[in-house]
Design a protein around this ligand. Structure first.
Ligand code: FE
Length: 213
């Protein structure tokens, strides 16, 4: 279970966990089993509810985020609401942020935004699904703060020198989503065609949305 507070407690944590306490199982595995069995024993949750929650979590993908971005590109009123209160705007599309708050940061011709969790792996899972391994790596977490332009270049993203790079450090309570600039040449495209250009990585800010062929 994630997104229940505490820097993605129990998931892919890079903080040094306590030593393994049971043959082959890590600290968080043991904790997960203990809490799950306790919840079932006490009659607070049924196994089916837990399974359904895990399934719902696993079913999240960057498509949710892409839908939000494409809608913001075509609907200026929605975009204004999204930038003002990302949590509420996503809820209006049926995407609940749970206990976390969402801040949407908009790219412009002057500013480009990039996301990181310097402490561990906090990530807008509700909108993007599970974070990629590189996002959780110590290398990305430390380097993107110090030398964002170099890191972006390694992703193949070259930005003009006069564009300011802003790096946003996610926390357990506050997750970010990048609203990239709508690519030129997409004027005639429908919302769903636009959504297909929006990738996970461009909503993290390490790449730009795909340009239609
Ligand atoms: Fe984190």
């Amino acid at each position: 279970m994630s997104d229940t507070g505490g820097h993605d407690a129990g998931h892919d944590h890079d903080h040094t966990p306590p030593p393994d306490s049971s043959e082959g199982l890590g600290h968080y595995n043991v904790m997960e089993i203990a809490v799950r069995e306790l919840l079932i024993d006490k009659g607070i949750l049924e196994p089916g509810q837990i399974r359904a929650a895990v399934e719902a979590m696993d079913s999240r993908s960057p498509e949710g985020g892409a839908k939000v971005v494409a809608k913001a590109w075509v609907d200026s009123e929605f975009k204004a609401r999204l930038l003002d209160d990302g949590t509420a705007a996503c809820a209006s599309l049926g995407i609940e942020m749970g206990p976390t708050r969402l801040a949407v940061v908009e790219d412009t011709s002057e500013v480009h935004n990039v996301l990181v969790c310097t402490l561990c792996s906090c990530y807008p899972r509700m909108l993007l699904g599970l974070p990629p391994d590189w996002y959780k790596s110590r290398e990305y977490r430390s380097r993107v703060v110090r030398e964002p332009r170099t890191v972006l270049r390694e992703f193949g993203t070259e930005l003009p020198d006069d564009v300011t790079l802003r790096v946003h450090d996610s926390t357990a309570e506050l997750r970010y989503l990048v609203l990239p600039m709508r690519p030129t040449g997409t004027e005639g495209m429908s919302e769903s065609e636009l959504a297909a250009l929006v990738t996970r990585d461009c909503m993290i800010g390490v790449t730009l949305p795909g340009v239609p062929a």
